[in-house]
Write a protein that binds this ligand. Structure first.
Ligand SMILES: Nc1ncnc2c1ncn2[C@@H]1O[C@H](COP(=O)(O)OP(=O)(O)OP(=O)(O)O)[C@@H](O)[C@H]1O
Ligand SMILES: [Mg+2]
Length: 354
């Protein structure tokens, strides 16, 4: 029997639950001339929710993950390759003849997939301009395409001033709805909320929260039923208490609880056993991570793990605050209505060592 839980990739179909309002909102929103910016802490389900919504619109769409982009030429090639998935080459061939630098296009004889690349020495600004113009010209106001740029905060690392260049091209376009996703909270707000940033107020800012408990509870309980017919409700509640309804960690823990049920039926504390297993299997990573934290950060993490106050007089408030900000930016700490350690299993590892 296949594990009914999935974590670490975009989830679709039976692995995807709720987000009804969010999906409706995104679908409706891109039915206008506007662009959408979606922000949340890591692994809250941004990519999954946008994938679902964009498919639901039934419109043409392409997605590029900026985390996998190494240069402007690479970004241009990836965008073009995605466009070829939506339009047969014959339909856009006449538009490519306007390119100032002709791309190298090859077809994989086995999969039929088209690969596109540019000479590494080619001027990135020219390439991206030509590719973006092509995407615009291949569509009309009645037939707008949706372009999703995932992990958009990476834009600043790909090349200097790329954000400025992209913005100046994008604001001329009328046949594209952009959806820009990002997970590094502070950097994403910098990009869209700072008056000096080229992307200042580029589109509507949407924040994704955790999954609603009731729905997630049902999702977990139904899938645990086969292994734990008498205790599935209690286990689902224990999982959600432990992960505070975090989408990724809940699915990760549930997957491991299910595994315990399959391999060691009759285990007394399946949730506790699964937690120990996850913590142990990650302990080498946690150790490495821990060694790289400064002393103040270690102290803060221990206080957060035990739920104790940070205002003890031991460290200056400004020192604590800047360490927290840095850890939040790096994704180790998140702030909802209070600061907490992002990964509940890392938190457990810290608690084990106190
Ligand atoms: N609607 C959902 N229903 C059930 N599980 C979900 C849902 N959305 C997300 N998840 C869980 O969270 C994991 C992460 O989802 P996803 O990759 O979409 O998030 P993300 O915010 O794009 O993450 P990242 O910050 O790594 O880009 C999924 O693999 C899945 O386990
Ligand atoms: Mg993602």
């Amino acid at each position: 029997m296949e594990n009914p839980f999935k974590f670490g990739t975009i989830v679709e179909e039976e692995y995807f639950t709720d987000r009804v309002e969010e999906v409706n909102f995104i679908c409706q929103f891109v039915d206008s001339a506007n662009h959408l910016i979606l922000i949340s802490p890591r692994r809250f389900g941004k990519s999954s929710v946008v994938t679902k919504a964009v498919k639901r619109t039934g419109r043409k769409h392409i997605t590029v993950n900026l985390q996998q982009v190494t240069s402007v030429a690479d970004l241009s090639g990836k965008l073009l390759r995605e466009l070829f998935k939506v339009h047969p080459m014959e339909r856009v061939r006449h538009l490519i003849t306007h390119f100032r630098i002709i791309p190298m296009v090859s077809t994989n004889p086995v999969t039929g997939a088209i690969d596109v690349s540019f000479q590494p020495s080619a001027d990135g600004t020219v390439l991206i301009e030509d590719v973006m113009t092509l995407i615009e010209n291949a569509h009309t106001e009645e037939d707008r395409i949706i372009v999703v740029l995932d992990e958009f905060q990476e834009i600043r690392d790909i090349a200097p001033k790329l954000d400025k260049k992209l913005r100046s091209i994008m604001q001329q376009q009328k046949h594209i709805n952009y959806i820009l996703l990002g997970s590094q909270e502070s950097m994403m707000t910098d990009i869209f909320e700072d008056k000096k940033s080229p992307f200042y107020h580029f589109g509507e800012l949407m924040r994704l929260g955790k999954l609603p408990r009731e729905d997630f509870f049902r999702y977990l309980s139904e899938r645990l039923l086969a292994c734990f017919p008498d205790s599935c409700d209690g286990l689902a509640n224990q999982i959600l208490d432990y992960t505070a309804c975090h989408p990724y960690y809940s699915q990760q823990l549930a997957a491991n609880v299910w595994q315990v049920g399959m391999l060691q039926p009759g285990t007394q504390e399946p949730v506790g056993t699964a937690i120990s297993y996850i913590v142990t299997s990650h302990s080498l990573d946690y150790e490495r991570l821990w060694m790289n934290f400064k002393r103040t950060s270690k102290w803060i993490l221990q206080r957060l793990a035990t739920g104790k106050s940070l205002q003890t007089g031991e460290h200056r408030t400004s020192t604590i605050y800047s360490a927290l900000k840095k850890m939040q930016k790096d994704g180790y700490v998140i702030y909802t209505d209070h600061y907490e350690i992002e990964d509940p299993f890392f938190k457990q590892w810290i608690l084990n060592g106190i």
